[in-house]
Design a protein around this ligand. Structure first.
Ligand code: GLY
Length: 387
């Protein structure tokens, strides 16, 4: 067993969403003793709201470190899920049966053709399809559109079941989850121990702390420059499809997508709203992503409405993840800013952070280095750009 830097000491994780849970699981697999502090319900504000899309190619407009990180996490997914199923018997309905990205008209086609050129150099399986071929892959696409890109290796997972399975595994491994603990500050003491203060004046101590508090991360006082995370509200809804014959995730511009789940619901989303730390669902918001469906996939608009909801995506200053130790205090680690891709990035974040916290050196460290919190002090290159 790896002895790591903190072999017998408890590691505190602030935040019980998908990222905190994934880091906790990876740490326990390295023999660490872990406790999670969650201010509300385990599962997190963003995690429960997530559509569960695992689609790296639609989440960036260029090759580079961010795409590499997402693709690595997607590659980890089958094993990540299989081990959870084995440990807990709970299946999060992983479906890697392809994603379509649709160009509604000729102007969008040009953008799609450009994307195809650089994306097929990374994955030769990415295909440019005319509308009839795309319609064969997804029966919901009965309307009119120009063309589509096809990503055969991407897909989705059922996020609420994934988090349930993760917590099932954590309980079995003896991880303590303290609910209702609002951490307000983390600082080093002269002994080198970290003091973790909550809003009631309570103090917990640890040798290492991982900040995985999603959109609430900025509210935690830390040594050195702040890590600014902005909440971005996403409105989303689900309809019921009794026949359950829709199969593929479909993206449509600018922010629209639908995700047919194995249980017969189709999740349709999502807005992007910077309205502070509150969530909201509005008719205007829902119309943003429902209106384009009247030409693209009109049948979806006649299905019974099951549920509407919203969640807060945690977005950093450059809209990229923030992974690694704080320059001002290297035993405080950040696992934040996952923005639109917390579910996708959970496995790789867990592995990277667990290696960092236990002092292991692995090839994943080079994937993570562009996302260091140190970049906000101007100390490392732009992570948007391939070095
Ligand atoms: N991952 C899709 C979204 O954040 O809406």
């Amino acid at each position: 067993m790896n002895s790591g830097h903190f072999p017998q000491e408890e590691i505190l994780i602030v935040g019980g969403g998908i990222i905190g849970a994934s880091v906790a699981l990876a740490l326990t697999r390295r023999g660490a003793s872990v406790r999670i502090l969650e201010r509300a319900e385990p599962g997190g504000l963003a995690t429960h709201a997530a559509a569960g899309i695992l689609g790296p190619m639609n989440e960036t407009d260029r090759p580079g470190p961010f795409l590499d990180l997402m693709r690595q996490s997607l590659a980890l997914y089958p094993e990540f899920v299989a081990s959870l199923v084995e440990e807990t018997g709970l299946s999060p309905d992983l479906a890697l049966d392809g994603i379509l990205s649709v160009a509604p008209g000729p102007a969008d086609r040009i953008a799609l053709e450009k994307r195809h050129i650089w994306q097929r150099a990374i994955d030769p399986g990415v295909a440019f399809l005319e509308a009839p071929a795309a319609k064969e892959l997804e029966p919901a696409l009965t309307g009119s559109f120009d063309s589509a890109l096809w990503y055969p290796k991407e897909g989705h997972v059922f996020a609420p079941r994934l988090i349930k399975a993760l917590f099932g595994a954590l309980f079995r491994r003896g991880v303590v989850i303290e609910q209702g603990v609002q951490v307000v500050r983390v600082h080093p003491e002269p002994s080198g121990t970290l003091a973790v203060l909550d809003d009631t004046g309570g103090i917990r101590r640890a040798r290492a702390v991982v900040l995985a508090a999603g959109a609430a991360l900025s509210a935690i006082g830390i040594p050195g420059p702040p890590v600014r995370i902005h909440p971005v509200n996403g409105q989303i809804l689900a309809v019921r499809s009794p026949g359950s014959f829709y199969r593929r995730v479909v993206f449509y511009p600018p922010h629209g997508y639908f995700v047919p789940k194995k249980d017969g619901t189709v999740v349709i989303g999502a807005t992007e709203e910077r309205i502070g730390g509150r969530t909201r669902v509005t008719p205007a918001g829902l119309m943003e992503f429902l209106a384009p469906l009247s030409t693209l996939a009109p049948g979806l608009l006649s299905l019974p409405l099951h549920h509407t909801w919203s969640g807060l995506r945690p977005c950093s200053e450059d809209a990229l993840p923030v992974l690694g130790p704080l320059p001002a205090c290297p035993n405080i680690f950040v696992a934040g800013g996952h923005y639109r891709n917390g579910i996708l990035l959970a496995p790789v974040t867990g592995e990277i952070l667990a290696d960092m916290v236990t002092g292991r050196s692995t090839p994943l460290a080079s994937l993570a280095s562009p996302f260091s919190p140190a970049r906000f002090g101007g100390k490392i290159p732009d992570p948007h750009v391939d070095q």
